[in-house]
Design a protein around this ligand. Structure first.
Ligand SMILES: CC(C)(COP(=O)(O)OP(=O)(O)OC[C@H]1O[C@@H](n2cnc3c(N)ncnc32)[C@H](O)[C@@H]1OP(=O)(O)O)[C@@H](O)C(=O)NCCC(=O)NCCS
Length: 160
């Protein structure tokens, strides 16, 4: 448990390693600044599909306020693709706690990698993660997620 200060005092933050029982309604306010973000339903799907997750849950507000995911080959390597704390809850140690808990979950793996912007390197270094050179490929037309694209819906044009 952690605590989250607000105008009414301190609210409890519960850390969970499972998406069991979670609904899309508890997942809002994430993917800040993404032009084409995953929907809450797609967000839930990627949490359910990840090898490991840690969620920071504000029980009183009945919402997830932070999450981190890892994908893995189950033998040597794990990759941390996503970490986010909702903007109104940042700067209170939740992001650091999510990383610490994920590193602990992945303690048996030889390689634990992630990519981040240069200004976040200090944040990760303070948690024991070393700067490295990386490479990446991004397909922004798929930013909302393959699962979201596969779902038929009235707004999607029929395939030709
Ligand atoms: C990065 C992020 C998860 C940190 O969450 P948080 O709950 O605010 O983190 P903490 O409160 O544990 O902050 C720990 C330290 O990192 C610093 N820090 C946090 N975000 C930072 C940022 N974007 N740039 C530089 N420093 C940052 C904080 O100042 C704090 O330092 P301090 O202890 O000396 O004050 C959050 O800012 C976020 O969700 N950002 C948008 C998504 C993102 O960039 N994710 C990372 C993808 S690699």
């Amino acid at each position: 448990m952690g605590e989250l200060a607000n105008s009414e005092g301190l609210r409890r933050i519960r850390y969970s390693t499972s998406a069991k029982g979670l609904t899309p309604r508890e997942l809002f306010g994430f993917f800040e600044g993404w032009p084409n973000p995953p929907s809450p339903a797609t967000h839930l799907q990627l949490l359910e599909s990840s090898a490991e997750i840690v969620l920071a849950v504000d029980e009183e507000a009945r919402r997830v306020v932070g999450f981190i995911t890892a994908i893995s080959d189950g033998v040597l390597s794990a990759y941390i693709p996503l970490l986010e704390v909702v903007p109104e809850c940042r700067g209170r140690g939740i992001g650091s706690e999510l990383v610490r808990r994920m590193i602990a979950l992945l303690e048996d793996f030889y390689m634990v990698d992630l990519l981040c912007d240069a200004e976040l390197q200090g944040f990760y270094e303070s948690l024991g993660i070393t700067p490295a050179t990386g490479m990446m490929l991004r397909r922004y037309e798929h930013q909302a997620g393959i699962a979201a694209e596969a779902q038929p819906g009235p707004q999607r044009p029929a395939a030709t």
